[in-house]
Design a protein around this ligand. Structure first.
Ligand SMILES: Nc1nc2c(ncn2[C@@H]2O[C@H](COP(=O)(O)OP(=O)(O)OP(=O)(O)O)[C@@H](O)[C@H]2O)c(=O)[nH]1
Ligand SMILES: [Mg+2]
Length: 707
């Protein structure tokens, strides 16, 4: 099957356009289009496979990639490193991989920074997460050091590159091996994984029509929290998510929270794969029920989005990739009347070949065709749209420069023929002054825009920080009722059980998400207004001076139309001890102090939620800056094109002045010059024709897309 054939056409079109532009634009502009070509070649549709520990993500991906036992899978928590399978990226090696290690500062961040929390443990029971995180990261470091000995220090901040990656090699880098689970160190499994930050594997697969990066992730409820941030960051970068669920326990609250935040982002898509159907006793009748259940719960929690939900079994697909007797027996065992009934009712057909039957039931084909549709619909292509906008802007710039060059040649001809060489010299001097003044005006616009943007960005940042801290405050205050009712309930029940209370952070997360969304809209609108004003002003300046309409330079398709970060999910719950009042009555009956407990919660929340808030703010700022920079780049195309024709003009002028003087006295020289200018003109005319043809093909493709 071909995945994303329509998006391939768009990609091919952009590649051809850039090839043509490189040829048509003239030597001095070639680098601009080469740079755009490099960006285009770096684009890929980004798909992340996520889900709870042991949902079968790695097995599913192996089946997806027709590569049995490639990504390590196991009955124990296994994938511990975000693994990017990079398929068909033009600039990548055709095979091999690269494993990046943590740098010293990553470790510092992980291991330190929790000491204040530790102090609180004496008085209160803090969120179990923090204690565990600290313990785990220390263990991880110690084990990594034990395992790697002296080389540990040397490896920090470096990477290991390979020309060829085998599954054993992957096991050494991405598995939670004995080094992490406390078992014996017997083989290379997990040798480096405590130290590996991210893995990249390069491969070519003809089925994928566009470059695609598929990411295998550690389970979302992986007890190894240290990895959480890296997982979240890679999720932020993905466009399509395949959430793998297990058919036994289809949808937890954590799953729903995750799906909600992923699906809410514009131009991203979430697909659900209900895996392990082979483990349901009567999957021929149970699957519809399970799918109904998943779909109903999703509708309830996220009513405005329709999810595509596919049922299947990574295991069934994986079996068809295996040789040997054991696999044959397992295939035979699965190939029963139940399978036939399932295929008949779900797909309306029962293929003749056993492998085809298993493959169809596995759902891998179904999810592939969903993925293909999603990418073809344009999900993940926002970067392509940005590149296309940049191509249009640069092309406009090259057209502008060439039109000015043509104007210049035309004046030259009239000067030479008109016996006005002497006058022309003073004209030229005047022209230089005008050009200089024009340039100063454009630069002034661009400079003041940069200053204004800096202000907008800074303001949005500090405002968001204040609002997020405010969210925590309000949230803590709102817990008073929860505390009181908890105390009341435990008294009614006769006390005893309710000494500590776990506080669900979901409402807080939702409030923070809303704040982030509002802040983003404000920042984006503010920046866009500033950029647009500048663009309009520059356009007007050029129009007044040359009559050129530079309408193709726009602020369309800048990155980050929306910003939602999965980092708001960092922590699911906080745990607090209820603080007892030590009054005399205490000896008879325990009473708990709501106010003191509230105060304790305030301290815990402030301490524990500070790091996630900082991460959200950093990601928010990164996105703000990326968008503003992209907008600014478009404006600078105008400045550059003007400078370029200005320089050309200056460059030619000295020579022209000397020539004009000579032309007046020497008719033969005049003929030579006229011929030269005419042939230069022809070159430029031809170039303008070619460039205009490319321009209209770009416009046609936009029209076709819009339709
Ligand atoms: N019966 C059955 N077993 C499966 C299926 N998919 C995966 N498994 C098995 O479940 C276990 C876990 O699979 P993995 O692919 O390692 O799961 P994972 O989600 O990648 O796990 P982590 O990386 O630890 O989060 C392995 O023993 C697989 O063979 C399935 O569809 N059916
Ligand atoms: Mg895995």
């Amino acid at each position: 099957m071909k995945i994303a054939p329509a998006q391939r056409q768009e990609l091919d079109f952009l590649r051809d356009t850039l090839d043509n532009l490189e040829k048509a634009a003239g030597r001095d502009k070639r680098d601009i289009f080469r740079g755009l070509r490099r960006r285009l070649d770096g684009w890929a549709a980004k798909v992340a496979v996520i889900g709870q520990v042991k949902a079968g993500k790695s097995t599913f991906l192996n089946a997806f990639l027709y590569n049995h036992d490639f990504l390590p899978s196991d009955v124990n928590p296994w994938t511990s490193v975000v693994t990017n399978i990079r398929i068909n990226l033009p600039q990548d090696p055709i095979s091999g991989g690269s494993f990046e290690f943590f740098a010293e500062r990553d470790w510092d961040e992980i291991v330190s920074g929790e000491s204040k929390i530790r102090k609180l443990t004496e008085q209160l029971l803090p969120g179990f997460d923090t204690k565990l995180l600290r313990k785990q990261s220390e263990e991880m470091r110690i084990r990594a050091e034990e395992r790697l000995g002296k080389s540990f220090k040397d490896l920090l901040g470096t990477a290991h590159d390979y020309d060829f990656v085998t599954s054993d090699l992957l096991k050494a880098y991405v598995c939670a091996g004995p080094g992490m689970n406390g078992g014996k160190v017997t083989d290379a499994t997990g040798q480096y994984s405590a130290l590996t930050k991210v893995a990249h594997v390069y491969t070519r697969l003809p089925e994928f029509q566009v470059p695609t990066i598929i990411t295998d992730t550690p389970g979302v409820n992986d007890p190894f929290l240290v990895r959480d941030e890296f997982t979240c960051r890679s999720l932020d970068k993905s466009d399509v998510f395949i959430v793998v669920l297990s058919a036994h326990q289809p949808l937890t609250d954590v799953d729903i929270a995750l799906i909600r935040i992923l699906a809410k982002q514009d131009n991203k898509d979430v697909m659900i794969f209900v895996n392990r159907i082979d483990e349901l006793d009567d999957y021929d009748t149970d699957v519809p029920r399970v799918l109904d259940d998943v779909s109903r719960r999703l509708k309830g929690a996220i009513p405005d989005i329709d999810f595509s939900i596919v049922a299947g079994s990574g295991y069934m697909a994986d079996l068809t990739l295996q040789d040997g007797e054991e696999a044959e027996e397992q295939r035979a065992a699965l190939d029963d009347a139940r399978l036939a009934r399932y295929l008949k009712s779900r797909y309306g057909q029962v293929p003749e070949d056993r492998d085809d039957r298993l493959l169809l039931a596995s759902g891998i084909g179904a999810i592939k065709s969903e993925l293909s549709k999603v990418i073809d619909r344009g999900i993940g292509s926002s970067q392509l749209a940005t590149i296309k906008g940049d191509i249009r802007a640069e092309l406009e710039g090259v057209l502008f420069v060439n039109r000015r060059a043509r104007d210049t040649l035309q004046t030259q001809v009239s000067h030479i023929n008109g016996d006005v060489a002497a006058m022309a010299i003073s004209d030229l001097k005047g022209e230089i002054e005008t050009l200089k003044a024009l340039h100063a005006k454009l630069e002034e616009q661009a400079d003041s825009t940069e200053v204004q943007i800096e202000k907008v960005v800074g303001k949005a940042w500090s405002r968001l920080e204040k609002r997020l801290l405010g969210c925590i405050e309000t949230f803590v205050d709102n817990q008073k009722t929860a505390f009181e009712s908890h105390l009341f309930a435990s008294k009614v029940r006769g006390g005893g059980s309710g000494k500590s209370l776990t506080i669900d952070l979901a409402p807080l997360q939702r409030a923070m998400e809303r704040e982030v969304e509002t802040a983003w809209t404000a920042s984006r609108t503010g920046n866009d207004v500033v950029l647009n004003n500048c663009l309009t002003a520059c356009r007007q300046i050029l129009k007044d001076s040359y009559g050129d309409d530079t309408a193709a330079i726009t602020l369309d398709d800048l990155p980050h139309q929306d910003f939602v970060s999965t980092l708001t999910l960092a922590q699911p719950a906080l745990k607090v001890n209820l603080i007892a009042n030590r009054s005399w009555a205490f000896w008879k009956k325990k009473t708990f102090n709501v106010e003191k407990t509230l105060e304790a919660l305030r301290t815990i929340a402030a301490e524990e939620l500070r790091p996630p808030i900082e991460k959200i703010l950093a990601a928010f700022n990164e996105a703000q800056i990326e968008r503003a920079t992209a907008g600014n780049d478009r404006i600078h195309v105008m400045l550059r094109m003007f400078e370029s024709s200005f320089n050309q003009r200056m460059h030619g002028m000295k020579k022209e002045m000397i020539e004009y003087e000579k032309v007046a006295s020497d008719p033969d020289f005049r003929r030579v010059i006229v011929q030269r200018v005419q042939s230069q003109m022809e070159v430029i005319e031809r170039r303008l024709i070619n460039l205009s043809a490319i321009e209209s093909s770009l416009a046609r493709s936009d029209l076709a897309k819009a339709a």
